[in-house]
Design a protein around this ligand. Structure first.
Ligand SMILES: C[S@@+](CC[C@H](N)C(=O)[O-])C[C@H]1O[C@@H](n2cnc3c(N)ncnc32)[C@H](O)[C@@H]1O
Length: 211
């Protein structure tokens, strides 16, 4: 089998130190907060973030719902070092695993919620299908997926910054994401909200797993 590769958070390893300051400047925490609110994480829930990068969403989720067990997962060891360091500094008892969303290193039915922020557009079309099948597999009955990402609702992103940031990513329409979720066996995949952002349109999706 060929070795899996991935597109890192900031596009290249050398840019990783700039990822947190850049996304902070662009208000990504507001996006993370909205996703966590939509997910409705309850005390004691077991939650997985796929493509957690430097851990900002996972750490925020732990801060907002301290009794939930939050696990962040990403293929990038350098991003995970940063995530672990930040969680430790924040006193957040949680852990981060290395792995790919196309082959999740967790047993069937082991999470109540799966979160994904600004990651899905990093995946090739086949990897997107596998990632959704894997997500469904690791969800418990009545568990749910909450995903936010750039979408091509209004065509390709325009503006210098958006083109610069997305030049290595494919584009995906809201309809495609929802169709892929349905194909993977999710119940009533839906768009929950969208917003205009300097980096392009951002769409929030939700989908349930009802066996
Ligand atoms: C733009 S970053 C988003 C990080 C984080 N979710 C956030 O909101 O700040 C995209 C992340 O997806 C990860 N990624 C890329 N390919 C992946 C894959 N096949 N499976 C899981 N994560 C992947 C990258 O390593 C990167 O950390």
């Amino acid at each position: 089998m060929s070795k899996r590769t991935y597109l890192p958070a900031a596009g290249s390893d050398w840019l990783l130190p700039f990822y947190d300051p850049f996304t902070r400047l662009l208000g990504v925490e507001v996006v993370h907060r909205q996703l966590i609110e939509q997910a409705g994480i309850r005390p004691g829930d077991r939650v997985l973030e796929i493509g957690c990068g430097t851990g900002n969403l996972s750490i925020l989720a732990k801060r907002l719902q301290p009794t939930a067990e939050i696990i962040g997962m990403d293929p990038d060891p350098k991003a995970l070092i940063r995530a672990r360091r930040k969680a430790e500094c924040a006193g957040a008892a949680m852990h981060f695993d290395q792995g790919f969303s196309e082959g999740l290193p967790y047993p069937d039915g082991s999470f109540d919620k799966v979160l994904s922020a600004l990651m899905f557009h990093h995946l090739q079309p086949d990897a997107k299908k596998l990632a959704l099948l894997e997500t469904r597999r690791v969800l418990r009955s009545a568990g749910s997926l909450h995903l936010v990402d750039f979408s091509a609702g209004n065509g390709r992103p325009h503006g210098f910054l958006a083109r610069l940031v997305h030049h290595r990513h494919g584009s995906q329409s809201d309809d495609t994401v929802i169709a892929l979720m349905r194909e993977a066996g999710f119940h009533e995949p839906r768009e929950l909200a969208h917003q205009a952002h300097i980096l392009g349109r951002i769409t929030y999706y939700g989908a349930d797993f009802i066996p």
